[in-house]
Design a protein around this ligand. Sequence first.
Ligand SMILES: [Zn+2]
Length: 157
Amino acid sequence: MKYIADSSLFIIGKRLEGRIITVPSVVDELKDENARTIMELLDARVEPPVSGFLNKVRQKADATKDSEELSAADIELLAKALEYSEREETTLVTDDFAIQNTALHLGIKVMPAGQRIIKDILIWEKQCIGCKRRFPGGDDCPVCGSPMKKIRKKWRQ
Ligand SMILES: [Zn+2]
């Protein structure tokens, strides 16, 4: 069994029977020393994504409107999971709702890394495209009047 893992697996440190694979951008996101150590203990293999699969993921995410919630690292992770799931049994391990949602649309099997409930993890906020201030909601910035876009709030600082 192969597991394609995002940072949550390494933050939580869950043990899995099988080969664990991740992508370089997920490793770059791991600021926490413990998480990097767990990644080494789990003997995770780091593989760059393949461009053809990146394109497939982007197309699907655009179609399902998940694209604005997905970071470059998320897209890479999904591309790696899609690549493996087309040839063998693969599970994508992530607690991120936008990744889970896109994965299901792509026919990729998913499992959460932790016991958390999705709604407790995923926090959205709006960011003004003009002054870059952040607000809990709304369409236009109350300070400068520019439109605001939906962004994912980091749930682990
Ligand atoms: Zn503004």
